[in-house]
Ligand binder design. Structure first.
Ligand code: PGA
Length: 251
């Protein structure tokens, strides 16, 4: 199994100046760390300047979304090819905020994952159940549906990572129990095995996301089948983000 991936999803936060100074400080604080892979996903307009800054450092760079197509008349959108060209190695796809506010369907998300892979990016496919779905006992059914319809057939452990983010845990301070996280990650591995084969499932990384922070990371990151974390709010504060990185389990 690869090193854990600790990924920061900045969402729609950060001006150029404050972001450059936060990343400069993050580079300094993580320059001797090699037990984890560290990824930051800033807004589109900050990607290129940050790409210059993180070159030859420990920090990997990703975006928060990409379009299904390579180029064309899609005003306001950014393609995976353009992200690769701007210096990204990763892209988040199907984040719950995009599923909710941009009405992204599993079919569209699958095309985006495919576009990311075709462009040579590693896609981080986000899945997770809402509070209502959890309360109705439908969590596994939802994860099954999102994966079955979101995974392209050429996905491998090298070009795709799954982020399990219960929607009700994102930005709320609520987290599932440790047992629930382990159970759902184990189920996700099984669903990957059904769709892409056991060997892909064995090595594909599954991150946990949703109110992962400096206080709970020492409990969540060592759980079985947890291969890293996707962090929103706490990734905007270097002290917290570095604490989470330090708690990545050593290989
Ligand atoms: P949060 O966000 O850590 O602020 O809950 C996680 C995410 O949306 O990826």
């Amino acid at each position: 199994m690869a090193k854990q991936l600790i990924a920061g999803n900045w969402k729609m936060n950060g001006t150029l100046q404050e972001s450059l100074s936060r990343v400069t400080d993050l580079i300094e604080q993580t320059k001797t760390l090699n037990h984890a892979n560290i990824l930051i996903c800033p807004p589109f307009c900050l990607i290129n300047p940050i790409a210059q800054l993180v070159k030859n450092t420990n920090i990997l760079l990703g975006a928060q979304d990409c379009h299904t197509q390579e180029k064309g008349a899609f005003t306001g959108n950014i393609s995976a090819v353009m992200l690769k060209d701007a210096g990204c190695q990763y892209v988040l796809v199907g984040h719950s905020e995009r599923r909710t506010y941009q009405n992204e369907s599993n079919a569209e998300i699958q095309q985006k994952v495919q576009a990311a892979i075709n462009a040579g990016l590693i896609a981080v496919l986000c899945i997770g159940e809402t509070k209502e779905e959890k309360e109705a006992g439908n969590t596994i059914k939802v994860l099954q549906n999102q994966l079955k319809n979101g995974l392209p057939s050429n996905a491998t452990a090298q070009n795709l990572i799954i982020a399990y983010e219960p929607v009700w845990a994102i930005g709320t301070g609520l987290v599932p129990t440790n047992a629930e996280i382990e159970e759902n990650h184990t189920q996700i591995k099984q669903i990957i095995a059904q769709n892409l084969g056991q060997s892909v499932a064995n090595s594909m990384q599954v991150l946990y996301g949703g109110s992962l922070n400096a206080k709970n990371c020492n409990e969540i990151l060592p759980l079985n089948n947890v291969n890293g974390g996707l962090i929103g709010g706490a990734s905007l504060i270097n002290a917290d983000f570095v604490t989470i990185i330090n708690n990545a389990t050593k290989v």
